[in-house]
Design a protein around this ligand. Structure first.
Ligand SMILES: [Mg+2]
Length: 234
């Protein structure tokens, strides 16, 4: 019997896709203009760098956007100092935060799942104090629906390391067989949890899912495209 539902945050509860579009248009537009680059080319490189990093390193600090910006610019032969990176990082988050939103059915679904324990398992954004994740969760107004929020800063390792899930299971005294994991990145969110004995649900949203359109994963039990579809499954 399912007693608890574990959720990823970005692209699962939160519509990161809209923020990413603004990052392409505004942030990458700004960077490209400043350093004399083509916006589309810079955006493509920025995303390429992101996907070379995501899932490849368990170190929470690699999700610091300064790391991505520095690397993407380096590939165009542009070197930037720390002060400049700091200011680009502030601009990135300012643009992202102006667009960050939950999906239209996120809050109503969380409210209806009131008989289940609920947990967020999320990689940090490379800030050791979790200020960015905390601000995101605050802006989405979803904190009160969760029994526990675990970030990779707490365990020192990003997904797909199992540390964050193990930490939450211990804290809430739950067995994996009593838990369901919902996430948009099968390799990161669902492979480790299926290994542990969770029921797994792939939220097919955002660019990670759209890059895996034809794919089937043996460790995915269910697929959804809207978070409210969970209500029919449980
Ligand atoms: Mg995600």
């Amino acid at each position: 019997m399912i007693k608890a539902i574990f959720f990823d945050l970005d692209d699962t509860l939160e519509n990161w896709w809209i923020a990413k579009t603004a990052i392409r248009d505004k942030f990458c537009g700004f960077v490209a203009k400043k350093y004399g680059l083509n916006r589309e080319e810079f955006f493509r490189m920025f995303v390429k760098v992101e996907y070379e990093i995501v899932g490849k390193s368990l170190n929470p600090m690699v999700y610091d956007r300064k790391v991505w910006v520095k690397e993407a610019l380096k590939r165009f032969g542009v070197k930037v100092g720390n002060k400049e990176l700091e200011s680009l990082d502030r601009l990135y988050w300012k643009i992202a935060f102006s667009k960050i939103k939950a999906y239209p059915d996120t809050i109503s679904t969380l409210r209806k799942l009131n008989k289940y324990k609920k947990v967020i398992i999320t990689d940090s954004d490379g800030d050791p104090k979790n200020e960015i994740k905390n601000k995101k969760i605050g802006k989405l107004k979803i904190r009160k629906y969760f029994d526990l929020i675990v970030t990779s800063n707490q365990t020192g390792k990003n997904k797909p390391d199992k540390g964050m899930w193990r930490f939450a299971l211990r804290k809430l005294k739950l067995k994996p067989s009593e838990c369901m994991m919902v996430g948009d990145k099968p390799e990161m969110d669902l492979k480790p949890t299926k290994d542990m004995g969770f029921t797994t649900v792939w939220m097919r949203k955002g660019d990670w899912a759209s890059q895996r359109k034809e794919k089937k994963f043996k460790y995915v039990d269910y697929e959804i495209t809207k978070i409210s579809e969970l209500l029919r499954m449980l």
